[in-house]
Design a protein around this ligand. Sequence first.
Ligand code: GLV
Ligand code: MG
Length: 347
Amino acid sequence: MKLPRNFFKPLAIGAPAPLRELPVKLERMIHFVPPHIEKLRAKVPELIAEVDVVLGNLEDAIPADAKQAARAGFIAMAKAKDFGATGLWTRVNALNSPWLLDDVVEIVGAVGERLDVIMLPKVEGPWDIHYLDQLLAQLEAKRAIKKPILIHAILETAEGVDNVADIAVASPRMHGISLGPADLAASRAMKTTRVGGGHPQYKVLADATPGDGPRAAFQQDLWHYTLAKMVDACAAAGIKPFYGPFGDFSDAQACETQFRNAFLMGCVGAWTLHPSQVPIAKRVFSPDPAEVAFARKIIEAMPDGTGAVMIDGKMQDDATWKQAKVMVDLARSVAAKDPDGAARYGF
Ligand code: GLV
Ligand code: MG
């Protein structure tokens, strides 16, 4: 077992000290860009103002013969513009692929000081995080990088789900975890062909009542168990949970519903794979102004956060005060980023 006192020591001489707290950042959407496509790369300067995180994708959806072009495109994209407060992430190829080592060595070597987070796919257990952790420390030391590059794991294998609590605490570099429903479905041999969302056949049927006509059927959420397990692992470790991709770009309502379930459950953001999903994520992962107004009432009525009061007929106490604080803190960070947000919340 690693000694607690060594947990926050750099893993290579000359690497920056690991962070003890995550940077406070609004990350409502992680927007995916395929960096080998020049036309889409050219839109990145506009995107920086629109989204919270820009991610250059090197893994799935990038054809094998474009892997090197995507890596070079990401480096060009990272150099071309200052990203300011907008996050700059990349999703590298999986650890068992022929591309991962060059992805990490070349990208950190070229633009390591600009990179906030590396998203690592198909994480099976803490050993995967330990490998990347050590490699990053060596590369940071070599380039004298001052700010540690963080790691975000995708939860998309059955073994990963089994080990999620250990993955979440594997390193002080852990930024968060995203649910990857497409690979997870394949890994579990689920009988679906979708990227996230529900399935019309996954339902509960109401009891039959003689003479009452057709029985009602209620579609259930295929992802509830995994998302809840992941949120608990992340919250316990002090890192951030995200819902991942929603593949049916033609169904904005279903995307919004999936994102909202994740938000209510504790997730801080989701992936956006298509520009139409950006406003959905912005809307869903910014708290509702009416809820924020009510949360502010709770905080004002209980200035020291203790005791019990009634507001609009509803009992409030220390626990609802804490819920209210989550909501108001999030609203403040939305307002700090976006002047419309400040007006909506009345700050
Ligand atoms: C994401 O990578 C997924 O497999 O859903
Ligand atoms: Mg995947």
